[in-house]
Design a protein around this ligand. Structure first.
Ligand code: NDP
Length: 254
């Protein structure tokens, strides 16, 4: 007997939360998931105009934007409950919100270390901890964390950021073990250098040097990363958990 070939991603009608969806990589993730027919709520921290633009530019009409600082755990729980009440379930969480404060170690202020770890690490904890009970009771769900090539490849002036992304990789593997018995997968996508506001300074300062170290000899686009997130969110990745998928044009290897 022939098994039918499945080409449907299984995403249509499913419910997603994406943090930091107002700009850059997060926006591209929101757009690809909405185009796949998902019901997407995305968050932003303060840039309400950019968030409104994402909603206005989307033809599906299924996008909702919510202001949220992922460092605030009570606010994360409240947001997740609101989405669950509105949509009835939560199938996917993409922890994308993140920030950098690059500087050599001795020039880093306490605040530069604190704010990066709180946003990138605590924010990921806060959101995952808030969605987990819903996914556990559904016996189904996916969590995708946006890490960085910096977790594995040393980058000058990035000790705080690299530490935060290394923590995200470790968190991803540990949570994958914890949630696998409940049919919940946990993976990470680790981008290289992607053309967004975040990488503007490094591209302006050392663009040619960076390019020479990327095997594919181009800076990545937000859509390159969004495609990997779409794959991990889709039914084609149902048997993948605890993985760190690099989307870096080979940067990690140079
Ligand atoms: P951007 O700076 O372009 O966008 C950051 C997004 O995160 C915005 O939507 C911003 O909201 C939101 N955000 C920031 N802080 C908070 C917070 N405390 N609470 C809630 N939302 C917040 O970043 P990128 O698109 O470049 O990066 C997205 C992710 O990809 C990050 O995790 C980053 O570390 C990672 N990454 C990026 C790379 C790159 O080269 N660009 C490379 C590797 C990883 P608002 O618009 O309101 O400010």
């Amino acid at each position: 007997m022939n098994t039918p070939v499945i080409t449907d991603s299984g995403l249509a009608g499913a419910v997603a939360i994406v943090t930091g969806g107002s700009r850059g990589i997060g926006r591209a993730i929101v757009e690809i998931l909405a185009a796949a027919g998902m019901n997407v709520t995305f968050t932003y921290r303060e840039n309400a105009m950019a968030a409104a633009e994402v909603v206005a530019a989307n033809p599906t009409g299924t996008l909702v934007a919510e202001a949220l600082d992922v460092r605030d755990s009570a606010a994360c729980s409240a947001l997740v409950e609101k989405v669950a009440e509105r949509a009835g379930r939560i199938d996917l969480l993409v922890n994308n919100a993140g920030m950098i404060r690059d500087n050599p170690l001795t020039a880093l202020e306490d605040e530069d270390v604190r704010v990066v770890l709180e946003t990138n690490v605590n924010g990921t904890f806060n959101m995952a901890r808030a969605v987990a009970p819903f996914m556990v009771s559904q016996r189904r769900g996916k969590i995708i964390n946006i890490s960085s090539v910096s977790a594995e490849k040393g980058g000058r002036g990035q000790t705080n950021y690299a530490a935060s992304k290394g923590a995200i990789n470790a968190f991803t593997r540990a949570l994958a073990v914890e949630l696998a018995p409940r049919n919940i997968t946990v993976n990470a996508v680790a981008p290289g250098v992607i053309e967004t506001d975040m990488s503007h300074d490094v591209r302006a300062r050392a663009g040619d040097l960076v390019l020479s170290r990327i095997l594919l000899r181009r800076i990545g686009s937000p859509q390159d990363v969004a495609g990997a997130v779409w794959f991990l969110a889709s039914r084609f990745a149902d048997y993948i958990t605890g993985e760190i998928l690099h989307v870096d044009g080979g940067f990690k290897m140079e």
